[in-house]
Design a protein around this ligand. Structure first.
Ligand code: ACO
Length: 376
């Protein structure tokens, strides 16, 4: 028997949700190239596509959006729970702990009944953005901003985060970012979600566990670290020495590398274009200049190993232009990934098989208990 470390290259499911060609740097959701969705779709329409398998009719989409908008508000008990959490708690931990509480509002969580999947989906898509934005305000010692259902999904989120309505450009670009983050085959957090769903735990438990998995710095948590790494650079001329020092110390460069992409991550390419668009209109960003120079030098050093920027390299730089604090970059990623996680859980439990891998035991046998006073 052989151990497949990190399950690299081992298929664990058959899935028709998304497809990556890691050699060509190509990504599709339900067969549609990501570039087409970013150009033409909205985050909620893309979520519908991911979860239900095809683009919705106009009526179905407007019903879906309405159902989500009816779920934007948090119960007083949830707000009170949020206010009682120690204010230094990282928003990813807050999200992970509060998502299961949202199931108390949902009487229908038996995952074996497909009808119940919808209420979990619209409840999570509606409330998670409100939780993230409310936590930001509570951490700042301010009252949460009530959702405004008149605004678009992305417009409302930015409004609740900042207390002022975003302009059309910010709203449009932010929504495109959510599309880019919505799904990405069987990565660590999606695998976590389907492992939990395979026990027939409800979607709230699966999503909350996936949030924990996403928070790690080798996965979604990288975007926050990229921001700290780039903003610590005082002078662009220092970049080669900074990168060389990291590589010499065998440090990972955050926002670079990917298990599947052995070329430029197409999502990073699209986010970089959006960044260039937004900074050409709103004025050049110093952080973007630093990021672009960093990318140039790090790529020179790492391309021999086929290591290029991933989505996390530029997403934090973009969110910083929206006034989103660094600790909230990964929560934004998590909020966008809800539809991908639920799509996979829904697909997996159709032909459910409890995940129960095996191990190769390499410990001892017949070792006898020694009382504490006799231990060396
Ligand atoms: N910086 C420097 N070296 C790297 C990096 C990096 N970011 N990534 C991989 N390498 C090197 C490793 O040191 C190793 O070198 P060696 O063969 O000389 O020992 C080689 O590349 C292979 O490394 P693995 O860990 O086997 O590659 P894996 O495919 O498992 O790594 C991972 C993928 C974990 C994402 C890695 O690239 C990494 O740590 N990146 C930084 C964190 C990050 O940006 N994560 C976000 C990923 S995207 C997402 O999750 C949304």
């Amino acid at each position: 028997m052989k151990v497949y470390a990190g399950l690299a290259g081992i298929p664990v499911v058959k899935s028709s949700i998304s497809y990556i060609d890691g050699e060509k740097g190509f990504l599709e959701y339900r067969g549609i190239p990501i570039q087409e969705l970013v150009e033409n779709s909205s985050y909620l329409e893309t979520s519908y596509l991911l979860v239900f398998g095809k683009l919705p009719s106009k009526d179905k989409l407007s019903r879906f959006i309405n159902d989500i908008k009816n779920n934007l508000y948090l119960d007083d008990s949830v707000l009170k729970f949020l206010k009682d959490i120690p204010s230094s708690t990282h928003p990813m931990k807050v999200l992970q702990s509060i998502i299961p509480v949202l199931s108390s509002k949902d009487p229908n969580t038996d995952v074996l009944d497909e009808k119940h999947h919808y209420s979990s989906l619209v409840n999570l898509l509606g409330q998670v953005p409100t939780i993230i934005a409310s936590w930001k305000r509570i951490q700042e010692g301010k009252e949460p901003v009530e959702p405004d259902p008149e605004l678009s999904y992305s417009g409302n989120f930015l409004y609740m985060m900042r207390g002022e309505k975003p302009d059309e450009l910010e709203e449009r670009i932010f929504d495109k970012c959510l599309i880019l983050h919505a799904e990405h085959t069987i990565n660590a957090s999606t695998f976590t979600a389907i492992v939990v769903a395979s026990t027939l735990a409800d979607f709230y438990s699966a999503v909350s566990s996936a949030v924990g998995s996403l928070s790690g710095r080798l996965h979604g948590g990288a975007n926050e670290r990229v921001f700290y790494m780039l903003s610590a650079i005082k002078d662009i001329d220092d970049i080669p020495a900074i990168i060389d020092k990291k590589l010499k110390n065998k440090e990972r460069i955050m926002g670079f590398g990917h298990r599947v992409y052995k070329t430029y991550d197409p999502r990073a390419k699209l986010i970089k274009q959006m960044l260039q668009e937004i900074s050409s209109i709103k004025g050049d960003s110093k952080l973007l200049k630093v990021a672009m120079e960093f990318e140039k030098v790090a790529t020179q050093r790492l391309k021999e190993k086929r290591i290029y920027p991933n989505i996390d390299f530029y997403s934090g730089v973009l969110y910083s232009l929206f006034g989103i604090p660094p600790a909230f970059y990964t929560p934004v990623f998590a909020m966008a990934r809800i539809s991908g996680w639920i799509a996979h859980c829904k697909e997996y439990i159709k032909e459910n098989k409890l995940f129960r891998p095996t191990q190769i035991y390499d410990g001892g046998h017949n070792i006898h208990y020694i009382p504490p006073e006799k231990r060396g």
